[in-house]
Design a protein around this ligand. Structure first.
Ligand SMILES: [Zn+2]
Length: 198
């Protein structure tokens, strides 16, 4: 970052000098059904097309689609390593990996923030997707902190299933009180702030 700010010879200080790898963090947040995983998958696939070395991780807690891949709601699939902890992600990123995708970051707790920062500090591009709010509309601390330290934030909105307005909340339809309850269309609905019921 230092080199690009001041001593650029070409009068384009925003251009990264060749041979100076600088990582960064991109965060994609939103409610259920806002297309977060789809956006993560789109970005990692584009990197793959550009022949960059990509590794994708998801949480072992996310059992929706089986292990070893992530799938968006529209059934696009990419290979993925199911990690039990944030640390396990760090341990499994290979030396020459340039792009690290992590889905459902809120499952990993606050430890995921340090892991993403370490990977970016090593010069890698980190793409992290996850819920920003739980089923009560309370922010997830891990996602909030990641948004604060990241370079890029994309906030996706779904469409409220009740009224059709932009939706940023995930309405839980079952009665479980667990903060994390894995599921999709059978357990949650996207709702706007007016239609969301706490
Ligand atoms: Zn609504």
């Amino acid at each position: 970052m230092h080199a690009l700010a001041t001593h650029s010879k070409n009068n384009h200080p925003h251009l990264r000098p060749i041979g100076m790898p600088c990582g960064w963090i991109e965060v994609v947040v939103g409610s259920m059904f806002s297309g977060k995983s789809q956006e993560l998958i789109r970005r990692v696939r584009l990197a793959g097309i550009a022949r960059q070395k990509v590794q994708t991780f998801n949480s072992a807690l996310d059992t929706r689609y089986g292990k070893n891949h992530i799938i968006s709601h529209d059934q696009v699939k990419v290979p993925s390593f199911a990690a039990k902890t944030a640390k396990e992600i760090l341990q499994n990123v290979e030396e020459d990996t340039q792009v690290v995708g992590i889905d459902e970051v809120h499952f990993f707790g606050e430890a995921i923030v340090g892991v993403c920062e370490t990977l970016a500090d090593q010069g890698r591009r980190v793409i992290a997707a996850g819920l920003d709010q739980d089923y009560k509309g309370e922010p997830f601390v891990a996602t909030s902190r990641l948004m604060a330290v990241s370079e890029f934030v994309t906030k996706n909105l779904a469409i409220c299933i009740v009224c059709g307005n932009p939706a940023n909340r995930s309405q839980r339809l079952s009665h479980t009180r667990k903060r994390i309850s894995v599921g999709a269309a059978d357990k949650y609905e996207a709702r706007c702030r007016r239609c969301f019921q706490r």
